[in-house]
Ligand binder design. Structure first.
Ligand code: FAD
Ligand code: DHB
Length: 390
């Protein structure tokens, strides 16, 4: 089989790129390791930057997102038993974010690919990129006991942190930067009315907590837990009790609890791989970088990679201009590092760190006090949270 662009990974990054390129007449295939049901059972991000929402509309995938997503012009920070409001709209010059679940967004992208007759292969095993530095790279995979070869002009590695693409770049070319945090987030999805119309990020001596939502009948809550905890250690009752302890009394008092319909633990990690391209392979999204989820940047950073890669590929196919592809890694990384900085900063400000000096705890408290007392500091937060320009 021959296509122009072979995309490894059928998560949001790979599907969005495939859809955008298809609309411009560029032929792609998406190779996904798992079934569609498996991919759509993952509960992940919930907050979209306005620039990402715009890209979804450009991909003709914005209709349900605009109908069902909620525009949020601010969020709350809970600390010392009170809530402080952060006005994103005011402090970012009129921007906002869209609360719409990654699961639904991925479903919309799959449906759009089906509508256009896009090639998406599920249960593709042993996906392997070959001859990356040649003019004629190709990808092989196994399906139903057969090995299939896809010849292409370019390969895009959008196969997440554990994928094969990044690992196919030689070790002496790739430089990896990593910070692993000594805790994870235990997340619960429940069919209950959200405790607050806006997200609440809570700093508490027992650990961080986050009240988020997917809709007015579906809530998503997280609490910081030690890395040694397992999901089985946490009954629903224990989760709700711990969440309440970390929220101001007034908020805890109106929290509606219910059975969890999903419960999982995500370890927190910061990670960047440089460069994001090698020969004819281009990495995008979690395949190249991970942020701790505190600043809601992960999915949004994946979208900015896709924006740059899409435009670089358009320039190549429409006018033979390769400067975008040559500059892709540097351009994408410049924005990625800013998202890394912001996510690290939010994480350091709001979590409880075991074995930390009292001095560092006081600095953390001062960081938050400064943020809440300074319009300038809130403008920096808002500018980053709604999304830096592409
Ligand atoms: P993925 O979604 O990981 O998709 C990669 C795909 O490649 C997967 O479908 C995988 O099955 C497939 N694959 C893997 N290996 C192979 C292989 N060898 N061959 C073929 N296919 C393969 N981000 C935000 O912006 N906002 C948030 O609020 C937010 N909250 C989060 C909360 C949690 C609890 C977690 C865990 C993450 C959160 N994120 C958030 C991060 C966000 O979910 C990711 O950044 C996003 O999923 C990245 O998309 P992707 O397409 O690059 O990678
Ligand atoms: C969600 C996750 C985040 O990491 C975040 O910062 C905000 C919301 C969520 O899953 O809803």
């Amino acid at each position: 089989m021959k296509v122009q662009v072979c995309i490894i990974g059928g998560g949001p990054s790979g599907l969005l790129l495939s859809q955008l390129l298809h609309l411009k007449g560029i032929d792609t295939i998406v190779l996904e390791k798992y079934s569609r049901d498996h991919v759509l059972a993952r509960i992940r991000a919930g907050v979209l930057e306005h620039g990402f929402a715009k890209l979804m509309r450009e991909a003709q995938c914005g209709e349900r997102m605009d109908r069902e997503g909620e525009i949020h012009g601010g969020f709350e920070i809970a600390h010392d038993g009170v809530l402080s409001h952060i006005d994103l709209h005011k402090h970012s010059g009129g921007n906002s974010v869209l609360v719409y679940g990654q699961t639904e967004l991925t479903r919309d992208l799959y449906e759009a690919r089906d509508r256009l007759g896009g090639k998406v292969v599920h249960n593709a095993e042993e996906v392997t990129p070959h001859d990356l530095t040649s003019e004629r790279p190709y990808v092989t995979y196994r399906s139903n006991g057969e090995t299939i070869r896809v010849d292409c002009d370019y390969i895009v590695g959008a196969d997440g942190f554990h994928g094969v693409s990044r690992k196919s770049i030689p070790k002496d070319v790739l430089r990896e930067y990593e910070k692993v945090y000594p805790f994870g987030w235990l997340g619960v999805l429940s069919r209950t009315k959200p405790v607050s119309p806006e997200l609440i990020y809570a700093r508490h001596e027992r650990g961080f907590a986050l009240c988020s939502l997917r809709s007015q009948v579906l809530s998503r809550y997280y609490i910081q837990v030690p890395l040694t905890d397992r999901v089985e250690d946490w009954s629903d009752d224990a989760f709700w009790a711990e969440l309440k302890r970390r929220l101001p009394g007034e908020v805890a008092g109106r929290l509606i609890t219910g059975p969890s319909i999903e419960k999982s633990i995500a370890p927190l990690r910061s990670f960047v791989a440089e460069p994001m391209s090698y020969g004819r392979l281009f990495l995008a999204g979690d395949a190249a970088h991970i942020v701790p989820p505190t600043g809601a940047r992960g999915l949004n950073s994946a979208a900015s990679d896709i924006y740059y890669l899409y435009h670089a590929m358009l320039a190549h196919y429409q006018s033979g201009d390769d400067s975008g592809l040559e500059g892709y890694s540097a351009k994408a990384l410049a924005r990625i590092w800013k998202a890394q900085r912001f996510s690290w900063w939010m994480t350091m400000m709001l979590h409880r760190f075991p074995d930390r000096l009292d001095y560092e705890d006081r600095l953390q408290q001062t960081e938050l006090e400064y943020l809440l007392s300074s319009e300038t500091a809130q403008r920096l937060l808002a500018e980053n949270y709604v999304g830096l320009p592409f």
